[in-house]
Write a protein that binds this ligand. Structure first.
Ligand SMILES: *Cc1c(COP(=O)(O)O)cnc(C)c1O
Length: 230
């Protein structure tokens, strides 16, 4: 990526959007954590965001995360969140990067994380990904399956369940995403979970209005991704 893109300026703009959305919702802006989604972005771009104060980065692909975690290992306090679909045979990469896993959607995946974590005397923070829109192409457990999965994850050693995560359907009318975010909040409340990772570049205002505690922002910080990256 050309470094002509002003990452620090873009981060300021995102923070302003979050600030305004929080003000409208009567929420404290410090209650919304910004995750910079760096899939498909260069190490230089991540360093620029880090220089501008960003400490939490989201990656979607296990191998890309492993490469970047190694290359950027000199940056103190940098925290990785894995936000893509995780295959059970790639769980070891999470361990190396000391990443949290925001996309647990099955008992078997949670068990695989638990086995690795306990073998290394680690504790891994996780979120359960919920497919709130019931979309065939999206991963995530069904809303109906949440209570059972919550119970199973809570019973596992080496894994701490912090909350729920979702990617809302991409709708032309962005206000129409609000009921999906509201349904994630209701599910979290019903299951005694406090963290809600929801909202991306195009729908962060709606997610914040519905109680997001983490938003995952790629394009609005780094600019457009190369077409090869989903
Ligand atoms: C890519 C991605 C994002 C960031 O999307 P933008 O629209 O670029 O902000 C957030 N969450 C997930 C799960 C993603 O895959």
């Amino acid at each position: 990526m050309a470094m002509t893109h002003d990452i620090a300026g873009a981060m300021d703009s995102v923070r302003e959007r979050v600030g305004r959305a929080c003000e409208r919702a009567g929420r404290d802006a410090t209650a919304v954590q910004l995750i910079a989604v760096s899939k498909g972005q260069s190490e230089a771009a991540i360093r620029a965001a880090y220089e501008a104060g960003m400490r939490v980065f989201g990656e979607n692909y296990a191998q890309e995360l492993a490469t970047k975690a190694w290359a950027l290992g000199d940056l103190p306090d940098l925290h990785w969140r894995f936000i893509g679909h995780l295959q059970r045979n790639k769980v070891k990469i999470i361990e190396g990067a000391r990443a949290t896993v925001d996309t647990v959607d099955s008992v078997r995946l949670a068990q695989a994380i638990s086995v690795r974590a306990t073998a290394r005397a680690m504790d891994v923070d996780v979120l359960i990904q919920v497919n709130v829109g019931g979309e065939a192409q999206k991963s995530g457990c069904t809303p109906d399956g949440v209570p059972r999965l919550v119970e199973a994850v809570r019973a596992l050693p080496g894994v701490t369940l912090r909350g729920l995560m979702t990617v809302a359907p991409h709708l032309e009318d962005v206000e129409a995403t609000r009921p999906f975010f509201a349904s994630l909040r209701t599910l979290a409340e019903a299951n005694g979970l406090s963290e809600l990772s929801m909202g991306m570049t195009h729908d962060l205002e709606q997610a914040v209005a519905e109680g997001a505690t983490m938003i995952r922002i790629g394009t609005a910080i780094f600019g457009p991704r190369s077409p090869a990256t989903r």
